[in-house]
Design a protein around this ligand. Structure first.
Ligand SMILES: NC(=O)C[C@H](N)C(=O)O
Length: 653
């Protein structure tokens, strides 16, 4: 494998040295953004209360938006009758007074509250990279101690994320710590084809107290959700970002309350925030994000202990029980001298109950090294690998709710890795690029000795190599790079990913390949552009369609500026441009900076073919949204006419 990958890379290197081949030109693929943010600028200029500060105003392309869903937990609790309980409607007010969590001067200067029409929208002070993170807090009522949470609450969170998915770059869920590992695990399964970060956090001491861990946890979660495209449900606590379905609460009294025993953290927030990109889950889909709130409640956890009676096990496994996590000893062992117990387990699995074998140990995996483990396979249990009991339970709940699957298919899903919750490939650990000859040869010629330097070379070299392969449409080279462990969602020095480059070039096959192998449609380069913006700019219709199908969308600011862009395309009779903007999701009814819509511009300048073209797209968009209308039906005709009246200017006089 190493040899063939090396050969591929050699041919890639050879291809790169051919004179006819052009390396990606930054100017070509990184358009500037004329006419940006007209709407926000208008608001800014109408804002009278601008106080001058020394800080430069940040254009909205350098802003990220995060939705904070506050479900409760200690972070927002106060003491009543000597006990801690959640306090409603106090959280945002208190954040406003904390300069590390809200920059009031910037909010006033940029008319933040007017623009987002929300008093619950706040803004962090400027980040190191001059980025602003704007966050809106959605507070649930009632706020809950997480001991009171149920799967209904998980469903509510999931639905709120789904509803707001397009409007935010990331999501932070404030949650009590007691059941946070369960919620994080459940959300990780419920969120299908996730492309943006969802970060759960909370605290051990309320944010209102002088010494607390809430401020640091919230700040860290916001910085991660706003700055990095980590397409996972994560949990941030005490300077570490974990995969949500790998954590467990291990300490009731420490700020360091969580542990991820079988997977290293996804990121650490020390002097710098360092993301461990090799561990971050990579999306591999061309499907849109959706939340599945169907969960099966007939599931449970039972912990084996010496002397457990068969009667206890039998009672637990009675209908309506459909799925059970059995917490076993060590590497998945149970007594093999207890036929009564094994018989109860066998009876249950024969009658269709799925029983998953998870270890009681904090660290390690279930395997069949012992006779005492083998008996459980014979009893029909599914091996849970290194899953936490929290993850196994919520996975059961999610999988059992899939009505379209039969029992065998459900069991198979339980033993597969769905969201990085288990490691099923411990034996065949992948060849890592830092071990490959290619990198080693370069490292040697640069006299690199230590692992960190080798990694730095790998991280600097592989994204541009992947971008170069994307530029020439070379899927084979990309495959070779991937097989050697390259993370294809990483960007080059300008944050431009192979997907950006393939979108510019219109290489549909490469785009398809990348989307199935870890690329994210939400990657923004240093100019704030996504692959969708690039595909629109270079007019690659099929790529635009595929990116849209995968859930790509314009940002709020881009949608604002679309009106002006559409008017100028209409004025220059650019039908192709109008079509591609419409395919990319621009609203053809959106007025430009002077209040005119594209169709009005075309009408005023006598461009009949443009008017006809726009009417045609608008009516076919209308049919897609509202279904085919029957021309014999007067009511439907009225609806279409009404629609056309809206987009047409009023008759003269
Ligand atoms: N630290 C906490 O948040 C504990 C609290 N009882 C909760 O889970 O809501």
């Amino acid at each position: 494998m190493a040899e063939s990958s090396f050969n591929n890379l050699t041919s890639l290197a050879r291809a790169l040295s051919q004179p006819k081949l052009e390396l990606p030109e930054l100017n070509e693929v990184s358009p500037t953004r004329p006419g940006v943010q007209v709407h926000r600028r208008r608001l800014l200029s109408s804002c009278n209360s601008v106080e001058s500060t020394n800080e430069p105003l940040v254009s909205p392309s350098e802003e990220a938006r995060v939705l904070v869903i506050n479900t409760g937990g200690t972070i927002g609790m106060t003491i009543h009758d000597n006990v801690l309980a959640p306090k409603a409607n106090a959280f945002v007010k208190s954040l406003r007074k904390l300069p590390i969590l809200h920059d009031e001067a910037y909010a006033q200067q940029t008319c933040l509250y007017d623009y987002y029409s929300s008093e619950s929208t706040l803004v962090l002070p400027m980040c190191k990279d001059c980025k602003r993170i704007i966050y809106t807090v959605l507070e649930y009522s009632p706020l809950l101690d997480s001991s009171n949470m149920t799967p209904d609450d998980w469903g509510r969170i999931g639905k709120d994320i789904e509803k707001n998915y397009q409007n935010y770059d990331g999501f932070v869920i404030l949650h009590g710590t007691d059941t946070m590992a369960y919620t994080a695990s459940a959300l990780s399964f419920m969120c299908e084809h996730l492309g943006k970060p969802i970060v759960l956090t909370g605290s051990q001491v309320p944010i209102y107290e002088m010494r607390n861990d809430g401020r640091g946890n919230l700040l860290g979660a916001l910085l991660i959700a706003g700055q990095f495209v980590i397409p996972e449900v994560c949990l941030y606590f005490y300077n570490k970002l974990y995969r949500g379905n790998r954590v467990t609460k291990v300490d009731a009294g420490s700020f360091n309350a969580f542990s991820s025993p079988n997977l290293q953290p996804l990121a650490t927030a020390e002097v710098d925030i360092t993301i461990n990109w090799d561990t971050v889950w990579r999306s591999n889909t061309t499907a849109k994000f959706q939340v599945s709130t169907e969960l099966n409640r007939n599931v449970g956890l039972i912990r084996l202990f010496p002397g457990i009676t068969a009667a206890t096990v039998r009672a637990f496994l009675q209908p309506p029980m459909e799925g059970v996590v059995l917490e076993t000893y060590g590497s998945g062992n149970a007594p093999d001298n207890r036929p009564d117990l094994l018989e109860e387990l066998k009876k249950a699995t024969d009658s269709g109950v799925i029983i998953v074998n998870c270890t009681q140990c904090l660290r390690g995996t279930v395997c069949t090294s012992y006779a005492t483990g083998k008996v459980l396979i014979e009893a029909g249990l599914v091996a849970g690998g290194d899953m936490t009991p929290e993850a196994a339970l919520s996975k059961l709940s999610y999988v059992l709710a899939k009505k379209e699957l039969d029992l065998e298919a459900k069991k198979k899903l339980m033993s597969q890795n769905l969201r990085g919750e288990m490691n099923v490939d411990l034996a065949g650990a992948k060849l890592c690029l830092s071990n490959s000859r290619f990198i080693q040869v370069i490292a040697k010629s640069l006299s690199v000795s230590c692992k960190e330097e080798l990694q730095a070379i790998r991280d600097a070299l592989t994204p541009p190599l992947a971008c170069a392969a994307a530029k020439i449409g070379d899927v084979e080279a990309l495959e070779a790079l991937r097989e050697m462990g390259t993370n294809l969602c990483l960007g080059d020095y300008d944050g431009r990913t192979p997907l950006h480059v393939a979108a510019c070039e219109g290489h549909l096959k490469v785009v398809q390949y990348l989307l199935r192998h870890g690329a994210t449609v939400y990657a923004k380069d240093r100019f704030g552009d996504t692959p969708l913006c690039n595909a629109v700019r270079f007019r690659h219709k099929e790529v635009v369609k595929l990116l849209r199908q995968t859930g790509a969308h314009f940002s709020r600011d881009k949608l604002e500026e679309a009106g002006t862009e559409l008017c100028s395309l209409a004025a220059s009779s650019d039908l192709e441009g109008l079509e591609i903007w419409s395919l990319a999701g621009a609203d053809l009814y959106k007025p430009g900076y002077d209040g005119q819509t594209a169709i009005q511009v075309a009408q005023d300048s006598g461009k009949k073919e443009v008017v006809a073209f726009l009417v045609q797209i608008m009516s076919s968009n209308y049919k897609t949204v509202f279904g085919e209308f029957n021309s014999c039906d007067d009511d439907d005709d009225d609806e279409v006419n009404e629609m056309l009246c809206v987009c047409m200017p009023p008759p003269p006089g």
